[in-house]
Design a binder for this molecule. Structure first.
Ligand code: GLA
Length: 391
């Protein structure tokens, strides 16, 4: 088992034992994610290429009989929070507990918890950085979903887990995200990336054992999160949906580069740039996947993969306008330091960027990035498995 998952699981167990007394019935864990390429395509029913990372949220849990959820997190400043199951409704929580409460709400609404489910004690520990675009909320949701269904004795498939946790995030936490994060956390596989068609939810798994090819994936956490990110996300989404209507397709996924000339005649300048990003990004995902299908990334294939990452960033920066100064600074610095390619990952407006780096250049790249943005937190990640029961 992954050491990362085990470490979080052991920490969750310790919290459980010291807060609630006794041993948990089980411990479940779910990873954060890095999206390798395919950004802002998921709510356009397009393609994404994420991987789970070796950073986990684990939850130690045991059933209760009094209709109450009790929650505590190593990262939460609130101590134990008690939420009666009867009081679970969208809007009732405003802090991190809205995510697990939302999962309980979505699961019971779908009949995914046994009728006799009567509450739980939950203790969380996480190594996924919060609010950095690495999907700490999806990790929290997926770990919770497995734990609650596990306690209820109702097995859940990864597809249902992803669907219901996304529903919790959309309707309960009020975040209008697409399915990328929850699908990644639910389906991730060790040493692999997931090629996901977000229309059909078809998933193809491709080997991505970077270390074996002498490569590393460096995460560059800018540690900034610009406040206009939330409105910016909703606005991009609305622009895409309106453009799809104007272009008379059900989603932008149905357009290709060949349609861009026609789009130019019908759309305003900003919408056209948004559409161009989505269309070219979907095409970059399929080109990246074609490279992976030819074998491990090396030689000219590695150069091409790096170029696709960097052109994804350029498109997100110039056409989609979801990057920010700090993300541009770390991406440029990584490239100057000798990375094969680099790009922002996740929703943007702050958070993290990634760089594909030869292992023997890692120190040099990290140094260049640290000089350029001294506050950045740098670490490498490996592709790790999706949500599972640890004990
Ligand atoms: C956020 C959302 C995802 C996805 C990405 C952008 O992470 O939660 O659904 O839209 O942004 O690719």
């Amino acid at each position: 088992m992954s050491i990362a998952a085990q470490t979080s699981a052991d920490a969750a167990r310790k919290i459980f034992e010291s807060v609630y007394g006794g041993a948990p019935t089980g411990i479940w864990a779910a990873p954060g994610r890095v999206n390798v390429i395919g950004e802002h395509t998921d709510y356009n029913e397009g393609f994404v290429l994420p991987m789970g990372i070796d950073r986990y949220t684990a939850v130690a849990a045991a059933p209760r009989l009094d209709g109450v959820l009790r929650l505590i997190s190593s990262g939460g400043s609130t101590g134990v929070v008690e939420i009666p199951l009867a009081a679970i409704e969208p809007g009732a929580q405003q802090d991190w507990t809205a995510y697990p409460a939302g999962v309980a709400w979505a699961l019971s609404g779908a009949g995914a918890l046994a009728p006799g489910f009567t509450g739980a004690d939950l203790a969380y520990s996480s190594s996924v950085p919060v609010g950095s675009g690495l999907s700490s909320s999806a990790a929290l949701e997926c770990a919770t979903g497995l734990a609650l269904t596990g306690l209820a004795g109702q097995p859940i498939s990864p597809a249902e887990l992803a669907r219901l946790t996304q529903l919790a995030e959309n309707r309960y936490a009020g975040v209008p995200c697409g399915p990328l994060d929850q699908l990644s956390s639910a389906f991730a596989a060790a040493d692999a990336v997931l090629h996901i068609d977000t229309r059909s939810f078809d998933i193809a798994i491709h080997p991505f054992a970077l270390a074996e090819s002498g490569l590393a994936l460096l995460v560059m956490n800018t540690k900034v999160q610009h406040s206009h990110g939330e409105s910016g996300y909703a606005e991009r989404r609305a622009t895409c949906e309106a453009a799809a209507r104007t272009m008379e397709v059900s989603a932008l996924r149905d357009l290709t580069s060949a349609d861009l000339e026609r789009a130019a005649a019908k759309l305003d300048e900003v919408s056209l740039r948004r559409v161009r990003h989505v269309v070219t990004e979907n095409e970059r995902v399929s080109r990246f996947v074609s490279l992976l299908q030819l074998g491990p990334l090396e030689g000219p294939r590695l150069n091409s993969a790096g170029e696709l990452l960097t052109s994804s960033h350029t498109s997100l920066r110039d056409d989609y306008e979801v990057s920010c100064e700090e993300l541009d600074v770390v991406v440029d610095a990584a490239l100057r330091g000798g990375a094969h390619g680099a790009r922002m990952t996740g929703g943007g407006f702050g958070g993290c960027a990634i760089a594909l780096v030869s292992a023997d250049r890692l120190d040099r790249v990290a140094e260049t990035v640290s000089d350029a943005l001294p506050g950045a937190e740098l670490f490498t990640v490996a592709a790790d498995r999706g949500a599972f029961q640890v004990y």
